[in-house]
Design a protein around this ligand. Sequence first.
Ligand SMILES: Cc1cc2nc3c(=O)[nH]c(=O)nc-3n(C[C@H](O)[C@H](O)[C@H](O)COP(=O)(O)O)c2cc1C
Length: 206
Amino acid sequence: MTTDTPRGTDRSFLFVLGSSRPDGNTEILARAAAEQLPAGVPQRWVDLARLPLPDFQDGRHETETWPVGENEETLRQATLAATDVVIASPLYWYTLSAQAKRYLDYWSGWLGDPGSDFKERMAGRTLWGVTVMADDDEVVADGLTTTLHHSAAYLRMRFGGVLFGNGSRPGQVRDDERAAIRAKTFFQREAPLARFPHEEEAGRQQ
Ligand SMILES: Cc1cc2nc3c(=O)[nH]c(=O)nc-3n(C[C@H](O)[C@H](O)[C@H](O)COP(=O)(O)O)c2cc1C
């Protein structure tokens, strides 16, 4: 990745692994892409299987405050510390894994934390996705892409898109040459500010 872009300095990447098995295809592909980041760009890797979150409790409209677990706080701090958040989730039932989705659900809680400026702080940062699926047709992962893109739009974040790979057995993604080639340049992509479809439409009419 070049560092001469306006966003090229002072970046730090958080890789959030959402597979249900260790050393899975999605992590392999995410690591292949991460290898291309400049040495000076810090990378933090968190595996949601090792930092499990309990089911999200929606207390946004209650006066009672819920105790914050250690894993939740670790993930919240790691998220706020990163300029770039990479959600590396296998494709499960055409969308994110439950672990990755639950992590995103916690963003809703962090948005409402008293005194929290989570939304303001996340604005302008970049969300990326990495996914591996058994299906050869990447179109079936549109649900995952839309989830990440719209989540980025909601938070006024940039969206770098999704790096796709194909594989079923652990390690099988290594046979996907197209994914390996795309991984080489994935993080060099432009990551425009994410906009909901209606916002893009309104922009075109101006
Ligand atoms: C619960 C579950 C749901 C899955 N759903 C899909 C799916 O909807 N489409 C698909 O192509 N592959 C699906 N797969 C296959 C995985 O995406 C594939 O095995 C992938 O390589 C797993 O990545 P990992 O090794 O990083 O865990 C599913 C696998 C599991 C366990």
